[in-house]
Design a protein. Structure first.
Length: 555
């Protein structure tokens, strides 16, 4: 195994271990909010948090920061657990919830009130927003800031008891309304929300804000290294302030750059919009940047981990090209995907000198680097080939089939185009060829060479399948780049999904959902979750090479 790549987070852990901090213990966590499905940006965080814990012999918790019942669902919880497991995150039985700590968080809030560090405020959310000031102007103290400790405790107790309507009161930390850090301007810790929670039901009608629950949850779990993305850097002093006032275990928060990907939308709110407006099939639509969508499309967990590991970590946000992600998926699938032959734009090829009704079973390799792992493919008089592999009037440099030219059939024989069938409009409907029986296996006895090898499927044995040709979901590198008055959906790619009927070699009739293949000379494909023996459905995962780069170069 190669030496782990050094980065500033790893260096911090090494330094902590050398100094004896935490007695060498390393405890990380992956803390998603269950308000949507995980996306590829989360894959980077999962890889970092679980990877570092594993490297240093520590543990990584899976914790749901479930503090907003209005947006959270059990469906999201279940999908997140499945995604983290699929990506290789080993959390054992360590699944935790911020809602597990609601009682402790409430008690700590009362402690802050008693110590004069928190108060109940009657300002509306809009009034609170207006009173916070700006980056250049200080905020204004709430008129309720100087309530007595007794009154604050009484009101907070009654808030918990459900005496007040939603939004009528909040609990706020008493810090500094003139602070240069806006997060210090008396942040809200609790709001009233009479909503049923997916785990605690109607036990609570006040819910902690994320910034109050997050750091304390880390403390409860004794997280040594709280790794998060850069947008939380300005929140770190607030987390530290809470911990210091409570006198509890202090995790160390470390921020890194979040993943931004071209042609990709990472906002959960906007991804939810795509689902709710039926602009995609579901959260796991293979065009979505969600982990479940990528799994359904045929991405491998190892390829996704390789991509995330290659990105590294830094203190500067940037944007990564989508083609880089595809490179790592393609690289892994090239090693692991079983080979097969399929035709997705069929054209009939008839071998005139091959006996009618005869079938030969030819050996074909399942993997290019293993000549002993073989399957049998049937060869008959009538075949399907790709229409792109034929030109009646070939352009310069075209070496595939055209009248008078000879090519090699993959795993089969040499064939030579001798005539054509056409319909009334002059369209080619079939190609007639002759074959060389002595060229079985793709080599001629007389040593003659051909310049091209094409794939094929026996028409008599071919299995029909729906082939879904997926492309990028958006037409612009930045989907948010739209004219005034439009939203990001204006950049949806109308050609992001094209469905065609294809023909597959018969071995694929037993394919199970999730099975990955390289359809030789075409692309990598995966059997969709909806695929059955009665109706095979395959999703194009990624091209064999970066064809998008060529298109960008042309434009």
């Amino acid at each position: 195994m190669s030496e782990p790549t050094s980065n500033f987070i790893r260096d911090i852990i090494l330094a902590d271990n050398e100094s004896g901090k935490h007695a060498g213990r390393v405890q990380t966590r992956f803390p998603p909010e269950p308000n949507g499905y995980l996306h590829v940006g989360h894959a980077k965080s999962i890889t970092i948090n679980f990877g570092l814990a594993a490297e240093f012999g520590g543990m990584c918790n899976l914790r749901f920061d479930d503090t907003n019942p209005a947006k959270e669902e059990l469906e999201y919880v279940e999908s997140i657990i499945e995604d983290v497991k699929w990506l290789g995150g080993d959390f054992g039985d360590r699944i935790y919830y911020a809602s597990d700590y609601f009682g402790q968080l409430y008690d700590w809030s009362c402690q802050l009130i008693r110590d004069g560090h928190a108060y109940v405020c009657d300002l509306t959310p809009e009034q609170v927003r207006l009173s916070r000031g700006t980056l250049t102007e200080p905020g204004q103290n709430s008129p309720y800031r100087d309530r007595s400790i007794e009154e604050n405790l009484d009101l907070f107790t009654r808030m918990k008891a459900g005496e007040f309507p939603d939004g009528s009161r909040t609990l706020r930390a008493k810090i500094d309304m003139a602070s240069a850090n806006l997060n210090f301007r008396d942040p809200v810790m609790y709001r009233i929300l009479h909503a049923e929670h997916h785990r605690t039901g109607n036990e609570w009608c006040i819910y902690p804000m994320y910034d109050w629950a997050h750091g304390q949850s880390d403390s409860i779990e004794r997280i040594t290294h709280s790794i998060c993305t850069l947008e939380f850097e300005d929140h770190r002093p607030l987390y530290d302030w809470y911990v210091q006032r409570l006198g509890i275990f202090a995790p160390r928060q470390i921020e890194f750059d979040r993943l931004n990907l071209t042609y990709t939308m990472m906002s959960k709110r906007k991804l939810l919009q795509l689902v709710q407006q039926n602009l995609v099939e579901s959260w796991d639509d293979p065009r979505m940047p969600t982990i479940s969508g990528m799994r359904r499309r045929g991405y491998s967990p190892q390829g996704l981990r390789n991509f995330a590991q290659n990105l590294g970590v830094s203190k500067t946000n940037g944007t990564t090209e989508f083609e880089k992600l595809e490179f790592f998926i393609r690289e892994d699938l090239n090693k692991t995907a079983r080979r097969a032959m399929a035709v997705i734009k069929p054209l009939k090829l008839i071998i005139d000198n091959y006996p009618e009704g005869q079938t030969e079973w030819l050996d074909a390799c399942n993997y290019p680097d293993n000549e002993t792992d073989l399957r049998k493919v049937p060869f008959t008089r009538e075949l399907w080939i790709e229409c792109d592999d034929f030109e009646e009037t070939p352009p310069k440099g075209f070496f595939r089939l055209y009248p008078g030219n000879e090519v090699r059939l993959r795993w089969g024989f040499f064939v030579k185009c001798v005539s054509l069938d056409k319909d009334a409009d002059g369209n080619v409907t079939a190609i007639h060829c002759t074959y060389d029986p002595a060229s079985r296996g793709g080599n001629s006895l007389d040593g003659r060479k051909v310049k091209s090898t094409i794939h094929w499927v026996s028409a008599a044995h071919a299995v029909a399948a729906e082939i879904r040709l997926y492309d990028k979901l958006f037409t612009k590198e930045d989907p948010n780049d739209v004219p005034e008055g439009q939203d990001f959906t204006a950049n949806l790619n109308p050609k992001s999904l094209v469905k065609v009927q294809g023909w597959l070699e018969p071995a694929l009739a037993e394919t199970q959902p999730g099975d990955r293949y390289q359809f030789e000379r075409l692309a990598y494909f995966c059997a969709d979750k909806s695929s059955t023996k009665e109706k095979l459905v395959f999703n194009r995962t990624v091209e064999l090479r970066d064809t998008w780069a060529k298109e960008k170069k042309k434009s």
